[in-house]
Design a protein around this ligand. Sequence first.
Ligand SMILES: Nc1nc2c(ncn2[C@@H]2O[C@H](COP(=O)(O)OP(=O)(O)OP(=O)(O)O)[C@@H](O)[C@H]2O)c(=O)[nH]1
Ligand SMILES: C[S@@+](CC[C@H](N)C(=O)[O-])C[C@H]1O[C@@H](n2cnc3c(N)ncnc32)[C@H](O)[C@@H]1O
Ligand code: SF4
Ligand code: SF4
Length: 348
Amino acid sequence: MNTRIGTIGTASPLAVDAHPMIDPFGRAVTYLRVSVTDRCDFRCTYCMAENMTFLPKKDLLTLEELDRLCCAFVAKGVRKIRLTGGEPLVRKNIMYLVRRLGEKIGSGLDELTLTTNGSQLSRHAEELYECGVRRINVSLDTLHPDKFRKITRWGDFAKVMEGIDAAQKAGLKIKLNAVALKDFNDTEMPDLLRFAHGRGMDLTVIETMPMGEVDEDRTDQYLPLSELRADLEKQFTLTDIDYQTGGPARYVRVTETGGRLGFITPMTHNFCESCNRVRLTCTGTLYMCLGQNDAADLRAALRATEDDALLQAAIDEAITRKPKGHDFIIDRTHNRPAVARHMSVTGG
Ligand SMILES: Nc1nc2c(ncn2[C@@H]2O[C@H](COP(=O)(O)OP(=O)(O)OP(=O)(O)O)[C@@H](O)[C@H]2O)c(=O)[nH]1
Ligand SMILES: C[S@@+](CC[C@H](N)C(=O)[O-])C[C@H]1O[C@@H](n2cnc3c(N)ncnc32)[C@H](O)[C@@H]1O
Ligand code: SF4
Ligand code: SF4
């Protein structure tokens, strides 16, 4: 096997497999999304029910164990790691993991990033930058504090704005994520776009996906992005561009603002054929697809022995089970979500 040697920081050498993991459909798996906790300080209506039951804390892997798992994936060809959740910045001592992962940048890992609701960002922004994070995604569905409280149930708009300010001041590049919700933020998109671009941030809009039971009717919330795009085109000139982040968005340039707008359309135009990612949960379960139930238990292999051979074999076996795509459907005849687990378990 062809290997190259990198280093973790200045210390232990990390054997990196020069061949990426290839799934049964010929797709290279180079992107790992890690849900470091299923807990969150918000209760967004499209993501969680108000009365959520979370995993018992005793079931969580330690941050050292998560680091070891990430290391095993980097050794197998993963180049990009995104921390997510739940809310990644509410996990106790999360900066320990960020620091450890940051040490792998340039030694196998190209990018370490995170997706956050922004509530805790103001106190972590500088340290994130110090640890090698350069780009983060912040979820923001509205610019109105009262609507923000309504959609997040528990969120404080001012804290998120503080977080965005602090992150930009620290030098972090931000992409805003907004889930497009019918009769909630559809008419506000031009304002969100001007706000994001006015502050030098990309904006991506996302179609809501049917994951987990929530208190709302998803059919009422769902807005196909083709409709949103047609509405935006009444005010803006949108030109398709070939901009790639390794994520699922397809981007356009907005002539009037000069900024980038991304469309994430899992429902109307899925991007599964170019899927490059798998998802690890905070209990060590690996989901090979966001929109399927099949999963592999990596915790057993992780805890069985200190030798990574078993772990790497378990990862290889899991990749052979990566499915072609999801089975999401949203319509009035499908009243149950396609996937029972909530988005917060796998981190989107
Ligand atoms: N169906 C599907 N949705 C995804 C996938 N990856 C990300 N998403 C959704 O895309 C939205 C934005 O995700 P982010 O966490 O910001 O990540 P990203 O868009 O991949 O990030 P970039 O690296 O900035 O492109 C979330 O709602 C995710 O659930 C995927 O593999 N499949
Ligand atoms: C699950 S959150 C986890 C990270 C962090 N708490 C946050 O909100 O950014 C990751 C992304 O998934 C999106 N999301 C959550 N539930 C969704 C759903 N049902 N359909 C589409 N996107 C969803 C959120 O808007 C967010 O951008
Ligand atoms: S979308 Fe993010 S912030 Fe909102 S409830 Fe889900 S995990 Fe929390
Ligand atoms: S739905 Fe599954 S196959 Fe499609 S892009 Fe997402 S993770 Fe990949």
